[in-house]
Design a protein around this ligand. Structure first.
Ligand code: GDP
Length: 192
């Protein structure tokens, strides 16, 4: 997959507006501030293609990118504390509608901050993916913020809290590039 070819396609406020899948799709989900935009930018080898998302007051949309015949879907981040109840319920509706669509769903990348125990919403997301039998990997983000032994300890701790095959948990860092090669491998396996 030539990630250099990545481009922004469109932004959608409603799942029903997204055109039907015409190619393999990789979807990114995680709480706001988990490092989703940074990981996607790192994947694309671009600084700012995926804008830093979920700034307060900004409407959360589903953003569609395309690279070399693969769709990359950026779901709005969840769990932003300052969001109103109405915004939170809009978010939940958007995600539920999105996954209810008849789409390719080749791979979902569920992002979880390596420094923290998975939140209730992280658990919900992972359980939702399992329940709907969606093919996913968990990317632990911001690994550069921990040293090697802390990374191993947190990885083991998070693994024990979620019911996911350790082979499907990838330690990553958008800063250092850790795990990006593994993520690319998994994307290629799921899409090509
Ligand atoms: P998003 O809301 O999930 O899209 O998160 P962003 O990608 O905008 O990142 C949120 C914050 O975490 C920003 O200040 C980033 O600079 C920082 N960040 C993201 N990824 C990393 C990483 O791999 N390492 C470090 N040290 N900081 C990161």
């Amino acid at each position: 997959i030539n990630y250099q070819l990545a481009k922004f396609v469109a932004s959608f406020g409603k799942a029903s507006q997204i055109p039907l899948s015409t190619c393999p799709e990789v979807t990114f989900a995680g709480r706001s501030n988990v490092g989703k935009s940074s990981i996607m930018n790192k994947l694309f080898g671009r600084k700012n293609l995926v804008k830093v998302s979920n700034t307060p007051g900004k409407t959360a949309n589903i953003n569609l990118f395309e690279a070399d015949g693969i769709h990359f879907i950026d779901l709005p981040g969840y769990g932003y504390a300052q969001r109103s109840k109405a915004e939170r319920s809009r978010w939940a509706g958007l995600i539920a509608d999105f996954f209810a669509l008849e789409r390719s769903f080749n791979l979902v990348v569920a992002l979880v901050d390596i420094r923290h125990d998975p939140s209730a919403l992280d658990h919900q997301m992972i359980e939702f993916l399992q329940h709907n039998e969606l093919h996913f990997v968990v990317a632990l983000t911001k690994a550069d913020k921990l040293n090697r032994s802390q990374q191993a300890r947190q990885r083991a701790s998070i693994s024990s809290q979620i019911d996911v095959d350790p082979a499907d948990i990838i330690t990553t860092s958008a800063r250092s590039g850790t795990g990006i090669d593994v993520l690319k491998e998994r994307i290629a396996q799921a899409c090509l």
